[in-house]
Design a protein around this ligand. Structure first.
Ligand code: ATP
Ligand code: MG
Length: 571
């Protein structure tokens, strides 16, 4: 491609609307342009990077035995009503009526459509297993589209769906996808972790999110510094603490006055204790029903863990009025002793002795309280948020919290959709069974943004070679000089003949601005043909990643460059 002919509108200034690096750089490098909120046009170079990701994904999905198809974006509401998701999905599902007044929606995901196809076409266990995927535009009417391609309303996703005869076979399919995803993100040249994610009511480790590690990630993940353990913050398990037998024996419970002291800090200061000697009682509404949750004073409740323990679809912290209505006690003085509602406790409480709680009476707290003796709870479980001071639940090693960008998500669905939609097959014993399903997504456009978040410097993008729109850019540093121009054309021709994806900067611009643009675009190798060539016949090669420079003759250029590119891809 010739720079003079390609649509590549780079910007010198930082666009004001872009908050994160990838968004800023993609606008500045002329990769994308916004059409309307969360909806972008992909310009030639942006599209080239997107296609690179798609191709890697396609090759690895095919290698794993999945088949590509394409499903419609416009979908009838009736299908979504079968699974109850037409109502449940919320406003992210863009609903509309067509000219015949038929309710329709734009596909944010395709479980319903694929399950409908499979229930019509597949009837026997002999036709299974099956894994079908597509790479396609999705629409989600996100409440806060932001950060450019990171969270758009319209974006490209690879979504795959597996159909199996049994749970055991579905697990095999899941593991295959897990492996394929590892290959995909490794081939993309990205630093990533597969983390256990919350799989809600399904349970088990049958949901993993693939996270590209980058400082601007929206998700916090917990990784072990010593073993492979990695988990979503919401899911990160905490080792159950051994009861500390060295703790003093139980003292008699006392009621003390704590006038106006409602907050943990105020109570602790007043009673001259540390927050780890106090137990907080928080009231949550689990699907509308009040439940008291006990955690140590310096800990926070992990709502997802609570939700899973209670088997609730929704939990939220009750407000002061709801707390008072449920317990008759003003917020700040609640405690588990004699409370009128269900109580569950974080496992840490079981190892505590003689702690402080609210007395269920205004301006009073109880001290020297002990679980088991003074109150009982319905369940004891891991209910709190992990902290960097907790040990790894696998090996006991130190944990670290890091930021990640979710680029992929694999999920064992079981029979949730097949049962709801009566998608069944005849098994080898003649019986009818619902398909056991899995679903597997990759945010293609988000991968490009994440790659840039992970790989850039103050001058611009630093594409990993496998994702770069071009592998090399030739800078003709003096278009008026015939010998230089001839050499640039010759280099361009010979690189193209070798299959090296090359952009020739043939614009009549100053060298300085060509350097700037080449750095901004993040093309891995910059080949400079200018004064050095006139003098000694040498072309300078500069590697974008680390500034590594070498000078080669025009004749040696193609071979050397090809070797350098190959080294970047395999390494
Ligand atoms: P998120 O938690 O980021 O909203 P999600 O859990 O809703 O994502 P999935 O339904 O698992 O996403 O979709 C599969 C993949 O599609 C995600 O891992 C992500 O990479 C990508 N994706 C989801 N929503 C968007 C979006 N609004 N813009 C770009 N990519 C997205
Ligand atoms: Mg997800």
């Amino acid at each position: 491609m010739r720079y003079s002919q390609i649509l590549l509108p780079t910007l010198k200034e930082n666009p004001a609307e872009a908050e994160v690096i990838s968004h800023r750089l993609m606008l500045r490098a002329g990769f994308i342009r916004k059409l309307t909120s969360g909806v972008y046009s992909y310009l030639p170079l942006g599209l080239a990077a997107i296609r690179k990701v798609e191709q890697i994904v396609r090759e690895e999905m095919n290698r794993a035995g999945a088949q590509e198809l394409a499903l419609p974006i416009v979908q009838p509401a009736d299908l979504w009503k079968e699974t109850g998701r037409y109502e449940k999905y919320g406003p992210e599902l863009l609903r509309f009526r067509d000219r015949h007044d038929r309710e329709s929606c734009l596909g944010p995901t395709h479980e319903e459509v694929i399950t409908d196809l499979v229930r019509r076409e597949i009837h026997s266990y002999r036709e299974l297993p099956l894994n079908l995927y597509q790479i396609q535009t999705k629409f989600r009417d996100e409440i806060r589209p932001r950060f450019g391609l990171m969270r758009g309303r319209e974006f490209i996703m690879k979504d795959a769906y597996s159909f199996d005869v049994s749970d055991a076979m579905a697990e095999v399919a899941y593991k295959k996808m897990h492996e394929a995803y590892k290959r995909i993100f490794t081939r993309c040249g990205l630093e990533f972790r597969a983390v256990e994610a919350d799989s809600g009511t399904i349970g088990g480790s049958f949901s993993h999110e693939f996270m590209v590690l980058a400082k601007t990630g929206e998700d916090t993940i917990v990784v072990c510094k010593e073993c492979d353990y990695a988990a979503n913050l919401e899911k990160a398990a905490i080792r159950s603490p051994a009861a500390d037998s060295s703790l003093a024996g139980m003292q008699p419970m006392l009621k003390v006055e704590t006038p106006g002291k409602r907050k943990v800090d105020a109570v602790c200061e007043f009673l001259k204790i540390v927050a780890s000697k106090l137990v907080k009682t928080l009231v949550y509404l689990a699907d509308g029903q009040p439940v008291a949750v006990l955690v140590r004073g310096d800990r926070e409740v992990q709502e997802v863990k609570l939700k899973n323990l209670l088997g609730a679809t929704d939990v939220e912290l009750a407000d002061d009025k709801q707390v008072f209505d449920a317990t008759g006690v003003p917020t700040g003085y609640l405690g588990p002793v004699g409370i009128a509602i269900r109580v569950v406790a974080d496992q840490e409480i079981a190892g505590m002795r003689n702690f402080v709680v609210g007395a269920n009476e205004k301006n009073h707290h109880l001290t020297q309280v002990n679980m088991g003796r003074d109150f009982t709870v319905e369940a004891v479980a891991d209910l709190r948020k992990v902290t960097p001071d907790d040990p790894c639940p696998c090996c006991g090693g130190p944990l670290a919290l890091t930021e990640g960008i979710e680029v992929g998500h694999i999920f064992k669905l079981g029979t949730k959709y097949s049962e709801a939609m009566q998608a069944v097959f005849q098994d080898s014993d003649g019986g009818e069974k619902p398909f056991v399903m899995g679903c597997y997504g990759i945010g293609i456009t988000r991968v490009v943004a994440a790659a840039i978040e992970q790989n850039h410097d103050q001058h611009g993008i630093i594409f990993p070679v496998p994702l770069a729109p071009f592998q090399a850019i030739i800078l003709n540093l003096d278009c008026k000089d015939e010998a230089i121009t001839r050499a640039a054309e010759e280099a361009y021709g010979s690189l193209q003949a070798l299959g090296v994806e090359t952009l020739l900067d043939d614009r009549d611009e100053r060298p300085g601005s060509k350097f700037k643009d080449a750095d901004l675009l993040g093309i891995p190798f910059r080949l400079m043909i200018g004064k050095r060539f006139s003098k000694d016949g040498l072309v300078e090669i500069r590697r974008r990643r680390d500034g590594f420079m070498e000078e080669v003759s025009l004749g040696d250029l193609p071979g050397i460059l090809q070797a350098r590119i190959a080294a970047e891809i395999s390494g």
